[in-house]
Design a binder for this molecule. Sequence first.
Ligand SMILES: [Zn+2]
Ligand SMILES: [Zn+2]
Length: 247
Amino acid sequence: MNVSLRRLFARSAKLVELALFPSFCKVCRALLETPGERVLCPTCLDKIRAHRSSYCLCCGRFFEGAGEPHLCLSCIKERPPFAVHRSGGLYQGELKDLILLFKYRGYEILGRPLGRFVFESLKGEESLWWGVEALIPVPLHPKRKSKRGFNQARVLAKELSKLKGLPLEDLVLRKMKNVPPQTSLERDERVKSVRGVYTVLKSEKIQGKTVLLVDDVYTTGSTLKECSRELLRAGAKEVRAITIAQA
Ligand SMILES: [Zn+2]
Ligand SMILES: [Zn+2]
C-alpha cells in the first residue's frame, strides 16, 4: 500500500473506532456519555491546568514555589539561541497521558484541546507573543511522519495559528536525519544527536522576522536550540519557542 493510502486508511480506521466505540475515557476509563466527547471525560480534561510557579525568564524552566521570575543559572552562564521559551504545564499526570495519546496512539484530534490549553495558559505572555510574525513547527523526519500519520508539532502550530491569527510556516524547517527519539537518550547524547539534523529550506520566509517555534515537550531543550540556531543562521531576526509541557 502506498504511503498516502496507508495514512488515509489509518485515519479512517481511527474515525470509525471513535464513532463506534466512544464509550470510555482513555485516561480514567470512565463512561463517556455526551456525544462528541470521544477521548477524554470532562473530569480528566478539567484536571489539565496551567502550571503556576516562578520560572526562568529566558528558558522558561519552572522553579519550585512562587516568587518573581528570574534567570536560571544555566541561562546566566550561557544564553540559549532562542530569546524566550515557555511551556503551558508540567509533563506529568493527566497532561502527560493526553500528550502520549496524542503522539503515540494516533489521536490527532487531541491537538485541538492541547493547542487550546497551551494558548489559554500563555496568551497573556507578552514576551512570548509580541511582534511574532510566523509560527514554525519543529519538523519530524518524513519517515517518522509517515509512520505516525501526522506531525504533532504541526497540528499544534496550526491550532495556535488559528487562535492567534498568525501565519503558519510549515515548510521552512526540515529534518534531514532520522535520529532516535530524544526521550531515549542521555543528556550529552541528546545534544550531539541533534547537531546538523535540521536545515532551513525557504529562508526568504523568515528573513528579518521574529518567529515562534512550536513543539510538544521541552526536555533538555536541545531540539529547540538546534532549530533556533538554524533559523538565526538563515536570517531570522529573533526566535522564541512554545511547548505544551516541560519534563
Ligand atoms: Zn477521565
Ligand atoms: Zn533558564
